[in-house]
Design a protein. Structure first.
Length: 503
């Protein structure tokens, strides 16, 4: 009786330890946000430069301005809104990321099953024959053939005394957070790629239109020279030189058209369609509106907003919990097992016949005393994995802040570039107009005309590219700041870290 009390006390102690909630290994602490007040070394200007041309509006930097969940709507383009929506509905990257998130949560739920006992019910019938040629008391009488029916329930429970199972569940839960923010990153990347692709398409259409205008101008100039040649006012070499220049301009058009076709294929792929199923939406720079109020999130908030930083933090959390798993594996392992059942010669005797019942209650504790350092090195490997995750987290934070700083620099610099490009295009066009009139009057030769045309060609293409850069820079800033996923109503809900680990 005293032994029973001791066994009961031992089992009670194990149960209390398992329910106490303690777990070996480090408790995860979220890294602090970088202690900085800005993204750039020099103070950020209140607004960008402006130019009197499409896409040349001044943009204001607003500290702490929140980002809408559908930030692309700020470009006020219905075709762009439609294209993004089609991408969200049909692009396969989002369902893949969502499936990975669901898989991660199922792994958590599966691991939580270790907190409960495992019960297995079995039924085993057998037909047997006793060896009659052997003399022993049990087989000396009666027929040699008999049937045996056995049914039993086996219950096994491994108390989580040192919290190894809880740390494993904690690690898997952190992995679900990683997958959740991978889904957010896929969402942000997809929407940003769609906007960038639309802007690039608009840029290419603008460059094609500019090239066609250049070809028309040079064709008109060539007609003037040909008339002068017929009148004997210019030499044939002059006409040939202008013809060569026109041919060079015409040769630049097919590569641009090829780039546009490739860009359309990219747009089609982003919305989850095959190349032969191109959408009807087309994009011109004139159809896009430049957002004038740009958000600049506080540096302390950026680590909360960027999905890649949140993913890196979740990986760090998972690595921290794995240290506890490795530590617990080096400590004693406890197992409780109980089974009960009945055995009889007839099925009808299994449940009601006295003397057919049996049961066993057993406990086991095992401690590894020699493994050539295997468990020790696994623990050290877990610590090294945590150090690696910490370094990767810091690298991710640095890259994120760099992305924001680069976007801010680009917005200011490209605004100045567009202002200069607009002035250069206007001056070049005025110079070209003067040169063409002088050519008609015979005041200048073809070399002066070619110089003016080449200057205008370069200025016009640079203007189109500078206009597109303003829109691309704006989209890049929204992406660098996290894309406003926290304001989306369709974002997957955050799961709490306080998972109910103990039944």
């Amino acid at each position: 009786m005293r032994a029973v009390h001791r066994a009961g006390g031992w089992l009670l102690a194990i149960g209390l330890a398992a329910l106490s909630g303690c777990a070996v290994g480090p408790d995860f602490e979220r890294p602090a946000a970088p202690d900085v007040t800005g993204y750039t070394s020099a103070p950020l200007a209140q607004q960008t430069a402006s130019a009197d041309v499409k896409g040349g509006e001044a943009q204001r930097f607003v500290q702490g301005l929140d980002i809408p969940g559908q930030w692309w709507t700020l470009f006020h383009s219905e075709p762009l809104n439609t294209l993004v929506q089609q991408a969200l509905e049909n692009n396969p990257t989002l369902p893949a990321a969502d499936a990975a998130l669901r898989q991660a949560w199922e792994n958590v739920y599966a691991a939580e099953g270790a907190f409960f006992p495992t019960a297995v019910v079995s039924y085993s019938p057998s037909r047997n024959k006793t060896a009659t040629g052997v003399i022993f008391t049990a087989g000396s009488t009666g027929p040699p053939f008999f049937t045996l029916h056995t049914q039993q329930v086996v219950v096994t429970y491994a108390p989580d005394v040192f919290g190894g199972t809880r740390r494993e569940v904690e690690s898997l839960t952190a992995t679900t957070e990683f997958q959740r923010f991978q889904l957010e990153a896929a969402y942000l990347t997809l929407t940003s790629n769609v906007v960038a692709a639309a802007v690039q398409e608009a840029s290419l259409r603008g460059q094609i239109a500019a090239t066609e205008e250049i070809i028309k101008i040079q064709t008109d100039s060539l007609d003037i020279l040909r008339k002068q040649f017929e009148l004997g006012q210019v030499a044939g070499a002059d006409v040939a030189a202008v013809e060569a220049t026109l041919a060079q301009a015409q040769a630049t058009l097919p590569p641009l058209q090829k780039q546009l076709a490739v860009q359309r294929d990219l747009v089609t792929a982003l919305i989850g369609r095959l190349p032969s199923q191109q959408p009807p939406e087309k994009f011109e720079l004139a159809s896009l509106q430049l957002p004038q109020d740009l958000p600049v999130s506080l540096p302390s908030n950026l680590v909360e907003q960027r999905p890649d930083i949140q993913s890196a933090e979740a990986q760090l959390h998972a690595a921290s919990a794995q240290i506890g798993v490795a530590v617990a594996a080096r400590l004693p392992q406890f197992t409780l097992t109980g089974n009960a059942g009945t055995t009889a010669n007839q099925i009808s005797q299994l449940f009601m016949t006295p003397g057919t019942a049996f049961w066993t209650l057993a406990g086991n504790v095992a401690q590894t005393v020699f493994d050539a350092g295997t468990l020790l090195h696994k623990e050290r490997a877990a610590v090294a994995a945590f150090d690696q995750a910490a370094a990767m987290y810091r690298s991710t934070v640095i890259t994120a802040f760099q992305n924001v700083a680069d976007s801010l620099h680009a917005l200011q610099s490209d605004a100045e570039t567009l202002k200069a490009a607009n002035a250069a295009e206007r001056a070049a066009f005025k110079s070209l107009e003067i040169a063409r009139r002088q050519l008609q009057l015979g005041a200048i030769g073809y070399l002066g005309l070619l110089t003016a045309e080449n200057t205008y060609d370069t200025a016009l293409l640079a203007l189109v590219q500078a206009q597109a850069a303003r829109f691309a820079d704006t989209a890049a800033l929204f992406q660098a700041l996290g894309g406003g996923w926290w304001n989306r109503t369709d974002a997957p809900p955050a799961k709490t870290w306080d998972v109910q680990l103990v039944p």
